[in-house]
Design a binder for this molecule. Structure first.
Ligand code: GLC
Length: 797
């Protein structure tokens, strides 16, 4: 663990060297205000939409990496020497450095020539601001005469225009220091409004927000113009103003906007000082009034510290809904803390903004969001429900959907991916199994084209859409791609098929049939869906079994993808896992196809998505063949579908193998060599470079990945076997045979189930006895009590 490690309680990841192999970041978000914060103070902020309402800038393709950020320059006026508390951007070698990423906050400590510094960055739950809480201490025996400069670079709204329309959009920038409020205010006189449609004209086409920056220390100078602060041909590393120790009091009406506040302080020997910088967004039409209210409240350190405590309490409360205690501390740390944490971040961010997702063109992924919300149905079902409704509004009345959509502007992009409509019913099913909120099925929601339908009708439409778009052989068409975005050229002419979508379709039908049977409703739908299930199942088994595994897709020319006939991309595990999950493969085929995956795809970092890697671009297949061999969809170890493989292994009751694959992909394990892995070792990445590439083992695209949601279910439901169901909590462990026992404390429908599982015979699967509150139970389905009490569940395998 060269660059860092978890704290003993697992609640923080402690980075001990600032020059990590890549920026290791954290997210501080309250669902409206979003701040990405790196281990050296880098990162950017936005309000709701990183494309339309960006607060601070990210310099794309920056050298060095990860600029700009939220910086504090400290200048020793006795000799003009200056450094930055967070190492970046001045990069002076610090005498001490430490960064702790925790749940919703980041704390960086450093020390330089006797001045100890600390900054705590966080975004409170209750206000749309970010707080940088500083402490500086003079540990020497001399008085220190210091000048401090806060620094951010503003974007002010439209981030895409800010990038491509330089320098024209800069003429709309207005940034100034308000002497009365002692605040830097900034806005752009073009942008999106946040007012209701009928009032939007009041914003006059301007960005409907102002940014403000305030400090609790006396302000003796300021700068709002980057050119003036940095000086000619300089960078954040050596601003002329810092070098000379005096702000120029620049304002900005066109050009690159920054927020710099200057403070002069003297620290006696051993003296220390606390101060805070508060940056936030307020409404354009009432910006001063709102800012004053916020500052009045938040300049008080007690309020700030209380808000920080609230943040911790919030996480505790939400995450206490399920706590596991297994014999494996790495699993416990992952499932109890970091997997949950990342899941919550993913829920809010989808694929919008990371250090890999640019925050400029993509927005909220439809299929992504539908999967990201799955753990949130446990943590915060009301929020999950809101997002399911948002997904409903982004479906058209013919059952197709936007592939990605944008909040604030409420628009989206239609791509024609074949799988999108199926993720909607999947999200609804997960939500219902957790909550039994069946009324939700009948809530009305608009379609993207303005028509209205119930949530259930939305499900029907999505299913019908996929059913209609099937080949003559009764296999769904792949169209512009399926879960694998990069199989995007094989179905352009509308003939290529997706075996994965076929199987996913069968899975959804199976789930819907089960739901209707449970509800004792919709017999005709049951009949219809059973028929469709049979038709697609038979087609896949008839045409797509390749001898030892299922093929993955067919091209417009009827050629197979993922078949032994192919030289490259012979086998793809998605088609195998979903065959098992959907129940379309018989026992023999199920075993055979999963075995083939292990034989042909496994590596020390996990299963490659497909193999061998494509070496030549093919317009008959798509982008998978264009990516470097071993990267992304071209034979990387793609973590997201790995979760389905693990699930499939548990369906075959192979707890040892399921756990082996689950465990080796846990970030802490797979990132062991930080220099090889490169990205954050505390959260899942989208993929790990495969063996076909010389960077084998290097992670790609950290933070925003469907891996997170599904790994959480792999751990808690598929392996530990705690499965929410419409009328109870099912216990069905599929664990490593070496485990003696484990415990899960699960809140479910207003009761707490303390589940203790013992495994005296060292089995992987199968229950011998269940006792509930001391009495034998003749089922593995625990009843719903709804009684705010704790119930003891003793299970013997
Ligand atoms: C990325 C996308 C996801 C897609 C996957 C495979 O993770 O966010 O939507 O399914 O790649 O292409």
């Amino acid at each position: 663990m060269k660059y860092g490690r978890f704290s003993d309680d697992g609640m923080e990841f402690i980075i001990t060297h600032p020059d990590t192999p890549s920026p290791w970041i954290n997210y501080h978000i309250n669902g409206r205000y979003y701040a990405l914060v790196s281990n050296t103070g880098g990162g950017y902020s936005y309000y709701v939409s990183p494309r339309d309402s960006r607060i601070t800038r990210r310099r794309y393709n920056s050298v060095p990496e990860d600029r700009p950020g939220r910086y504090l320059y400290i200048r020793d006026n006795s000799n003009g020497n200056y450094w930055s508390l967070t190492w970046q951007p001045v990069l002076k070698k610090l005498d001490f450095y430490e960064c702790r990423h925790g749940l919703g906050y980041t704390r960086i400590k450093s020390s330089y020539k006797g001045i100890r510094g600390e900054v705590l960055y966080f975004v409170p739950i209750e206000e749309d601001i970010e707080i940088w809480r500083f402490n500086l201490k003079n540990t020497t025996n001399e008085v220190k005469d210091l000048t401090l400069f806060t620094y951010v670079e503003f974007c002010l709204g439209l981030a895409l225009e800010d990038l491509v329309e330089q320098p024209n959009t800069q003429h709309y920038n207005r940034v100034y220091f308000d002497k009365e409020d002692k605040v830097i205010y900034g806005t752009k006189l073009i942008g999106v409004s946040f007012l209701p449609k009928e009032k939007q004209h009041l914003d006059e086409g301007c960005w409907g927000k102002y940014v403000f920056m305030y400090s609790t220390l006396d302000v003796v100078g300021y700068d709002c113009d980057r050119e003036i602060f940095l000086g000619r041909y300089r960078s954040e590393e050596n601003p002329i103003v810092v070098e000379q120790g005096k702000c120029r009091n620049s304002i900005l009406t066109s050009g690159h906007a920054v927020g710099v506040l200057q403070h002069d302080i003297k620290l006696k020997p051993k003296e220390e000082i606390d101060f805070c910088v508060i940056m936030g967004v307020v409404d354009r039409l009432k910006y001063r009034q709102q800012t004053r209210r916020i500052i009045n409240k938040w300049k008080n350190f007690e309020v700030i510290d209380k808000a920080f405590d609230n943040l911790r309490e919030y996480y505790k409360k939400v995450f206490d809904k399920i706590i596991v205690n297994t014999p494996d501390p790495v699993v416990n740390r992952c499932l109890n803390i970091w997997n949950k944490y990342q899941a919550r971040i993913n829920f809010y961010v989808s694929r919008d903004a990371s250090y890999f997702h640019g925050g400029l063109t993509y927005g909220m992924g439809y299929r992504d969001t539908a999967q990201d919300l799955l753990p949130m149905v446990i943590f915060e079902p009301e929020d999950a429900k809101k997002v399911i409704k948002e997904l409903a509004r982004n479906m058209f009345s013919n059952g197709s959907t936007y592939h990605n959509y944008f909040r604030v502007t409420n628009d989206g992009i239609i791509t024609g991916h074949s799988d999108d409509p199926l993720w909607f019913p999947l999200a609804v099913i997960f939500y219902l199994k957790e909550t039994a909120d069946f009324k939700f099925l009948y809530e009305k929601e608009k379609y993207a084209d303005g028509k209205t339908g119930t949530i259930l009708e939305h499900c029907f439409k999505g299913i019908d859409y996929v059913w209609k778009k099937r080949s003559k052989r009764n296999i769904p068409l792949i169209l512009n791609g399926d879960w694998n975005d990069d199989l995007n050229e094989c179905g352009k002419k509308g003939r290529g098929e997706s075996i994965m979508v076929a199987e996913q379709f069968c899975y959804i039908l199976k789930e819907m049939i089960e739901l209707f049977k449970f509800l004792k409703k919709y017999p005709e739908k049951i009949r219809e869906y059973e028929k469709r299930y049979r038709v697609v199942k038979d087609a896949v088994n008839k045409y797509c079994w390749d001898g030892e595994w299922y093929i993955r897709a067919t091209t417009d020319d009827g050629e197979p993808i993922g078949s032994k006939k192919n030289k490259e991309g012979k086998i793809d595990h998605c088609a195998q896992s979903w065959a098992v999950i959907s129940g379309i493969s018989d026992e023999e085929r199920s075993r055979k196809c999963l075995e083939s995956c292990i034989k042909l795809l496994d590596t020390k970092y996990g299963l490659q998505l497909c193999a061998p890697a494509y070496q030549k671009p093919s317009s008959k297949i798509g982008a998978s063949t264009r990516e470097a061999p071993g990267k992304k969809e071209n034979a990387a170890i793609f973590n997201h579908p790995l979760t389905w493989f693990i699930q499939a292994l548990t369906i075959l009751k192979d707890g040892d193998k399921a756990f082996e694959h689950y465990k080796k992909s846990i970030p802490e394990i797979v990132s062991e060599d930080h220099d090889v892995y490169v990205l954050e070792p505390y959260i899942y990445s989208e993929y790990i470079t495969g063996p076909a590439h010389h960077q084998f083992g290097r992670a790609g695209h950290s933070w925003l990945t469907g891996t997170t949601a599904w790994m959480f279910y792999c751990g808690t439901s598929f392996i530990l076997g705690v499965k929410p169901y419409y009328d109870g909590l099912i216990i069905e462990p599929c664990i490593p045979s070496s485990w003696e026992s484990y415990e899960v404390i699960r809140k479910f429908r207003n009761s707490t189930y303390r589940i203790i599982v013992r495994n005296p015979q060292h089995k992987c699967y199968g229950i011998t006895e269940v006792k509930l509150d001391g009495k034998l139970l003749n089922t593995n389905k625990l009843p719903v009590f709804n009684d705010n009490k704790e119930h003891l569940v003793e299970v013997i395998m």
